[in-house]
Design a protein around this ligand. Structure first.
Ligand code: MG
Length: 266
């Protein structure tokens, strides 16, 4: 018999939650795009962490190339219009390369993700992905990396289906409306401060699982924070209100004791 206290829906962010896409996907794809265009630029792991402060791929490349205007491509591209056209083309190439990477199945799904999704499906909890990243990439991650059985049950809300990206709650509001569930009965899994803010603004509970580049962000607003899903929690832990929220189990991150259970303090 179904436990009525299960959440009505479990909503996953994509990048950093299903797969650590920034470190081992997007960064690699940017570098490959530079190489294919004969550009002598390679973004390292640490360097990319700084570049991520600029949101959006085109904007990120623009900010970076502006730091080295005396070398190609900006050495030759001096006016805004030609730079804009170049960035658009580069971004399309990078997106294609990123999708090739996903389709190759080489990116690893983060620990515990498939298990938790399967538990939710078995418990009758709706599952969806809510990401304001490129729709094709998100759908591919679900289909190729999570497999057909999950993809059939997992609704994807992605790309430009809402006008405002996270931290706007729009994508989570859209998901709750479309799935016909109450926001208060949704649990969101996010890896970043921006995603956390989006889930919270939609009135949902948010579990943070930190990713390579988001570890150390301020997650004080989260209901609970972990390094990963791993073996740290299952669908039975996400009941409402449930002791999980009041006394988060061991395994959560020790981030400056900033981890809080709902109403339970530290
Ligand atoms: Mg994310």
């Amino acid at each position: 018999m179904r436990n009525v206290d299960y959440p009505e829906a479990l909503l996953f962010d994509c990048d950093g939650v299903l797969v650590d896409t920034e470190a081992e996907g997007h960064r690699i794809a940017f570098n490959e795009a530079f190489a294919r265009k004969g550009l002598d630029h390679t973004w390292g792991l640490e360097q990319y962490g700084v570049l991520l402060e600029t949101g959006g791929g085109k904007e990120r490349m623009d900010a970076y190339f502006k730091t080295c205007p005396d070398v190609e491509p900006y050495k030759s591209l001096t006016d805004e219009a030609s730079r804009k056209a170049f960035l658009k083309e580069m971004h399309e190439l990078k997106t294609d390369i990123f999708n090739e990477l996903i389709e190759s199945g080489k990116l690893p799904v983060r620990p515990g993700v498939s298990r938790l999704i399967n538990e939710a499906i078995e418990a009758g909890v709706k599952v969806a992905v809510c990401s304001t990243s490129n729709e094709r990439a998100v759908s591919n991650i679900v289909k190729v990396l999570l497999g057909d059985a999950i993809a059939e049950k997992m609704r994807v809300f992605a790309g430009d289906c809402v006008p405002k990206k996270k931290p706007s709650p729009d994508i989570y509001n859209l998901a709750a409306e479309t799935l016909g569930v109450s926001p208060a009965r949704c649990v969101v899994i996010e890896d970043s401060k921006i995603g956390l803010a989006a889930g919270k603004a939609a009135g949902m509970r948010v579990v943070v699982t930190e990713s390579y580049y988001t570890g150390g962000e301020d997650f004080a607003e989260a209901d609970v924070v972990f390094k990963e899903i791993g073996d740290n929690f299952g669908i039975d832990d996400l009941t409402t209100p449930g002791s999980f929220w009041l006394n988060p189990p061991p395994g959560r991150t020790t981030q400056e004791e900033g981890v809080r259970g709902l109403g339970g303090g530290v």
